[in-house]
Design a binder for this molecule. Structure first.
Ligand SMILES: Cc1cc2nc3c(=O)[nH]c(=O)nc-3n(C[C@H](O)[C@H](O)[C@H](O)COP(=O)(O)O)c2cc1C
Length: 184
């Protein structure tokens, strides 16, 4: 599959078939995550693969009832929990080197973007899920305090084709030479 086909075709999937992706398919997407760039190659990400139904149910309750991905966390055959070691990405000798502080969110997003595109290539769907109580999720999964739970990523085979979501036009978010300057 061409890269642009995967970029265009990937959509958030919130309803899954019951069949479990093979170990090979899961290894493939994790390999794609592994190859992502990161701050000074720190690779601060760690993933917990949750297949256990009772743990997925507990995790789903960390999402507000209004979150449309709540059912996906409960129902998908696997939830990949994206975690990151705090205080490494964007740090030198224990101190943040930019005013932005910890770059872990950026790095894990790159890894998870690779992962979701590779999943799409293999016929799988997923949905990034950020609106949940990450401290509660950390307790459920025994995550140590120096590691942040960043997102829940249900993954599996889509039950049906996804809704296409709108995007801004490129000219609406690109400026030239200075902020706010549009192409003349
Ligand atoms: C960082 C991040 C957090 C997200 N959190 C949620 C979430 O909590 N619940 C949900 O249903 N979708 C969540 N999404 C999915 C977005 O709603 C979705 O990507 C967006 O509407 C565009 O749709 P598409 O992924 O189908 O292209 C999240 C996406 C990102 C990138």
């Amino acid at each position: 599959m061409e890269l642009m086909e995967a970029i265009r075709g990937r959509r958030s999937i919130r309803k899954y078939r019951k069949d479990m992706p093979s170990d090979e398919a899961i290894s493939y997407v994790l390999e794609a995550a592994k190859l992502a760039p990161s701050w000074a190659n720190t690779q601060c990400w760690e993933f917990i693969l949750v297949k256990d139904e009772s743990i997925r149910l507990k995790l789903s309750k960390t999402l507000p009832e209004t979150n449309p991905a709540r059912g996906a966390v409960e129902q998908a055959p696997i939830v990949i929990v994206g975690c990151a070691k705090k205080g490494t990405s964007g740090f030198f000798k224990g101190k943040p080197v930019t005013e932005k502080g910890d770059w872990m969110l950026f790095d894990i997003a790159l890894a998870l973007q690779n992962l979701t595109l590779a999943a799409y290539e293999k016929g799988m769907g997923s949905v990034h899920t950020g609106f949940f109580d990450s401290l509660k999720a950390g307790e459920i999964l025994n995550v140590p305090s120096d590691v942040a739970v960043i997102e829940l990523l249900p993954i599996g085979y889509p039950e049906k084709e996804a809704r296409v979501t709108p995007r801004k036009k490129v000219e609406d978010f690109v400026f030239y030479d200075s902020y706010g300057i549009k192409k003349g």
